[in-house]
Write a protein that binds this ligand. Structure first.
Ligand code: S3P
Length: 451
């Protein structure tokens, strides 16, 4: 096999620490690694900490760009949040209903979770005006999914294209509780309405077609909210008016970040990795189920519960993969991992079909088009479906220049694909990884024995 160079290049300049040179294609990944804190839990810890009474201490907060956007927004509304670059981040809560009118536009950056969850809180702060925006990707993503139910509760929201796109202006109101039947399984929609329900008198219920991640429910309960779930109907009910009390939150490693290493070790011969301290909340472990369906050798070790969230070490060893079908209720449990699962499928025997995942078209990029186009440039056989992908595997990939679409998960998925490709791969715009995984490149070097 010819020598392989994986080049992770920024759009501005190529710096030494962003170039990874692997001695030969298919270098085995070995050792123990840790992944950064869970992004979903990090956002929620900052937000609930800000609206609770007393101090919240957060250990293991993700230091990516997205949680930084959340911290900046809540600082601008009066919450005291300590330097994020410390082991224990402290949030001095200002109490429910006490967010201050910010003197400038709130900027959620690239983060849909920041903007959508925050809207539920802003809309329910009577007498205050908020304006919110984001980067060009976020300004093109659909906001009607949260604006509509909030308007049903009585929210006053204005914005481009009939308030379906950011920037948005929100005039806070006293909101009415609702029972909202969400047409999509989305934790951002569910959490937005629950946060609005916190400030409404009476019971607010959200029912979703299949269960999305339940970190909000778990954390709201821990902070003292009155919240109950009905698993038979995928419903959750919150009663407004409770006082939230600051807590200690220990953020587990993000399974969405661990997914890159699970796939890397599964496809590169001779690999074995132990990924320590990963969150294995059942609403997030679809990637483990999908890789198991494909025949991957993954075991869970040292399973325990930390601060209300299940955690485990994940051991993964190389093994031959085969195709599978990924569709239906499993989709919300692995929605963010589909790009890297497509990489796994490109090296598996048979044809893998991914369906019911039309949500991928409205993520940080259109991830169906992005991953299909870029993997095909490397020689994979990927066909776009309206709601997913068809991937004929056992491909021999060849390195080339590929594009991240400024999407963190596309950038990292392509870097993983390049580990098993012949020749040099350059990922354009790979700095997008810093949204959720600022240390991705150094961990990749470490796992490849480069450090
Ligand atoms: C998230 C929910 C998911 C996920 C996103 C984070 C969250 O989005 O894709 O990365 O933290 O609530 P949807 O709720 O739109 O499915």
């Amino acid at each position: 096999m010819s020598a392989s160079i994986v080049t992770v290049e920024t759009t501005q300049q190529l710096t030494d620490n962003l170039i990874i040179q692997l001695p030969s294609a298919g270098v085995a990944l070995q050792g123990r690694i840790q992944v950064p804190g869970d992004k979903s839990i990090s956002h929620r810890a900052l937000m609930l900490g800000a609206i609770a009474q007393g101090e919240t201490q957060i250990q293991g907060l993700l230091l990516g760009e997205d949680p930084r956007s959340t911290a900046e927004c809540f600082r601008a509304m009066g919450a005291e949040i300590s330097d994020l670059n410390t082991q224990m981040v402290r949030v001095k809560g200002i109490g429910l209903g006490q967010l201050q009118e910010p003197v400038d536009v709130l900027n959620a950056g690239n983060s849909g979770t920041t903007l959508r969850l925050m809207l539920g809180l802003l809309a329910s702060h009577p007498g205050r005006l908020f304006t919110v925006t984001g980067d060009s990707s976020l300004r093109s993503r659909p906001m009607s999914r949260v604006v509509k139910p909030l308007q049903q509760m009585g929210a006053h929201i204005w914005g481009r294209k009939d308030a379906t796109l950011a920037p948005l202006a929100v005039q806070g109101q006293s909101l009415q509780p609702i029972h909202y039947q969400s047409p999509i399984a989305s934790a951002q929609v569910k959490s937005c309405i629950l946060l609005a329900g916190l400030m409404s008198e009476g019971q607010t219920t959200v029912t979703e077609p299949s269960l999305s991640r339940d970190h909000s429910e778990r954390m709201l309960k821990a902070f003292g909210a009155q919240i109950s779930t009905d698993p038979d109907s995928n419903s959750v009910t919150i009663t407004g008016g409770a006082t939230l009390q600051g807590q200690t939150v220990i953020v587990p490693g993000d399974i969405s970040s661990a997914a890159f290493w699970l796939v890397a070790a599964a496809i590169v011969p001779g690999s074995e990795l132990l990924i320590e301290n990963v969150g294995v909340n059942p609403t997030r472990t679809g990637v483990l189920d999908a890789l198991e369906m494909m025949g991957a050798d993954i075991t869970l070790e040292d399973q325990h519960v930390v601060a209300g969230e299940p955690v485990a070490d994940l051991r993964v060893r190389y093994g031959k993969l085969h195709s599978c079908t990924i569709a239906g209720d499993i989709i919300p449990r692995l929605i963010d991992e589909i790009p890297v699962l497509a990489v796994a499928a490109a090296f598996a025997s048979g044809t893998t079909v991914i369906k019911d995942a039309e949500e991928l078209r409205v993520k940080e990029s259109d991830r169906i088009t992005a991953i299909a186009t870029e993997l095909n440039k490397m020689g994979a056989k990927v066909t776009e479906l309206p709601d997913g992908l068809e991937i004929t595997g056992n491909s021999s990939l060849t390195g080339t220049e590929v594009d991240s679409y400024s999407d963190h998960r596309i950038a990292m998925s392509l870097a993983i694909a390049s580990l098993n490709a012949k020749g040099k791969t350059t990922v354009r715009g790979a700095e997008a990884a810093s949204i959720s995984y600022p240390t991705f490149v150094s961990t990749l070097k470490h796992a490849c024995g480069e450090v």
